[in-house]
Design a protein around this ligand. Structure first.
Ligand code: LLP
Length: 438
């Protein structure tokens, strides 16, 4: 059984951060997300130290769409990370958490006027500009407020990477960013370069998610650096920042063979240094935006096993007290995970179960034909590597309250997000006031 971070098996039980997961399930209830914060810190430090070791000025921005809450933002702040937010809601939460505004970067392909105003009002460090409509809004807001704002232009370099493959296309069919190859990026540059309040730092690109190779990053860096070279030659503009996005892959199952995080960074740095030398550009700051690779394998979901069903000759189901409402990834992406029975963690996995959720949807299955210990009602099922895009994509489908989230470290544990109550579910509901037949 693969154990992540500080996970151990002690007295037959799975522990995380020195805390018995069965005891956590008992104390906080299930479904429960448990985060190994020491592992998040280790990953954050790994990225930052690699840049430091190689003497490259950098910002490592946590892509908080992977998992956002006040305590997560405070943890990111403690680790001196920067922050990538993609909505007014994430920005608001970060500010509430006391995250230093100057280290917040704001993304999104349709930021509203109100969201951009919030970005100016809170004085964030950078807006990653996605499209021409946004440029117009930014000009209006910055001129009205007479306030400067750092910006990056997000470009689509025509490189799309996923897991082991990447594809290159002349024209990138993406809803995000300015196309690097068809003149859009140049037009955006022209529109912002001399603006008195919009301060263009450089370019951003993000090529995909769950990437296991470095070639895609190198290729994208090459294309973006070439554009920077052209803008220097043609306009005397020298970009100081190159943001290469996130997407570093992690291990969900034994099929996944990700690189060590530092390898992605080292290879990235090498290719930017090579390009800078060739194009006679000064080395830009490199910014990255890891989400999944900071929090993914630090998260474990705990569920309580309930009903079982045998479909003779086909499969054996066990059902748990959560499902697609707290982890939509298996249903949405056919995502694969590994699991264990937390209270029988030292026993052999000699059973095969399909783990069904409790939601009214046939596709609500968390694991298909998974190797597990023999299960019975009341057992605690631990599903590994659910820290990224689990809680953050959770819903109230079937009016199921969203789970609680607990942080554990060095034998201590604390609630980071309370479990939703039934009362929480109706807090925004209003009674019917339309009069019948009028
Ligand atoms: N930067 C940008 C601009 C992004 O769009 C993303 C992810 C990231 C950084 C962080 O990527 P990461 O390091 O986490 O791969 N819900 C999907 C993933 C969506 C990713 C969206 N953008 C999933 O559950 O797999």
């Amino acid at each position: 059984m693969h154990l992540y971070g500080t996970q151990q098996i002690e007295n037959g039980h799975l522990t995380i951060g020195g805390v018995d997961t069965v005891a956590l399930a008992k104390e906080y209830g299930t479904p429960l997300f448990v985060y190994d914060t020491a592992l998040i810190r280790q990953r954050a430090r790994g990225f930052k130290e690699t840049f430091e070791k190689l003497g490259v000025t950098a910002q490592v921005a946590y892509a908080s769409k992977a998992f956002a809450c006040v305590a997560a933002y405070q943890l990111a702040a403690q680790e001196n990370l920067s922050l990538d937010v993609v909505s007014g809601g994430e920005l608001f939460t970060a500010i509430k958490a006391g995250f230093p505004a100057e280290r917040i970067h704001f993304h999104g392909n349709n930021k509203s006027f109100a969201e951009l105003e919030l970005a100016f009002a809170t004085g964030i460090g950078c807006i990653v500009v996605d499209n021409f409509y946004e440029i117009a809004l930014l000009k209006e807001i910055s001129e009205e407020r007479e306030q400067k704002m750092n910006i990056l232009l997000r470009v689509t370099p025509g490189v799309e990477a996923h897991t082991h493959d990447f594809i290159t296309t002349g024209q990138a069919d993406s809803k995000f960013g300015f196309d690097l190859n068809n003149g859009q990026a140049d037009e955006a540059f022209t529109q912002v370069k001399d603006h008195p309040y919009l301060q263009l730092l450089g370019l951003h690109c993000h090529i995909g998610s769950q990437i296991f190779e470095t070639d895609g990053f190198a290729l994208a860096a090459g294309k973006v650096m070439a554009k920077m070279g052209a803008w220097k030659a043609d306009h005397g503009f020298e970009a100081t920042v190159l943001n290469l996005g996130g997407g570093f892959g992690i291990r969900y199952t034994e099929e996944d063979k990700p690189l060590e995080p530092h390898i992605y960074v080292e290879e990235m740095i090498k290719s930017v240094q090579r390009e800078a030398k060739e194009l006679k550009l000064s080395m830009p700051e490199i910014w990255i935006e890891p989400g999944r690779s900071l929090v993914g394998d630090a998260g474990t979901s705990l569920y309580t096993v309930g009903s079982q069903k045998t479909v003779p000759g086909i499969r054996e189901y066990i059902a748990v007290d959560g499902g697609m409402s707290d982890n939509i990834r298996p249903a949405l992406y056919d995502a694969k995970y590994e699991a264990a029975i937390a209270n029988k963690a030292d026993q052999v996995k000699d059973a095969t179960y399909t783990v069904a959720g409790k939601l009214c949807e046939s596709g609500d299955k968390l694991l298909i034909d998974a190797a597990l210990q023999q299960a019975e009602a009341g057992d605690i099922l631990a599903m590994f590597c659910t820290g990224a895009y689990g809680y953050s994509m959770a819903s109230n489908y079937n009016r199921v309250p969203r789970p609680a989230v607990v942080f554990v470290e060095s034998g201590e544990h604390q609630l980071a997000i309370q479990r939703e109550s039934y009362e929480d579910l109706v807090v925004n509901d209003l009674p019917l006031t339309l009069k019948k037949g009028e």
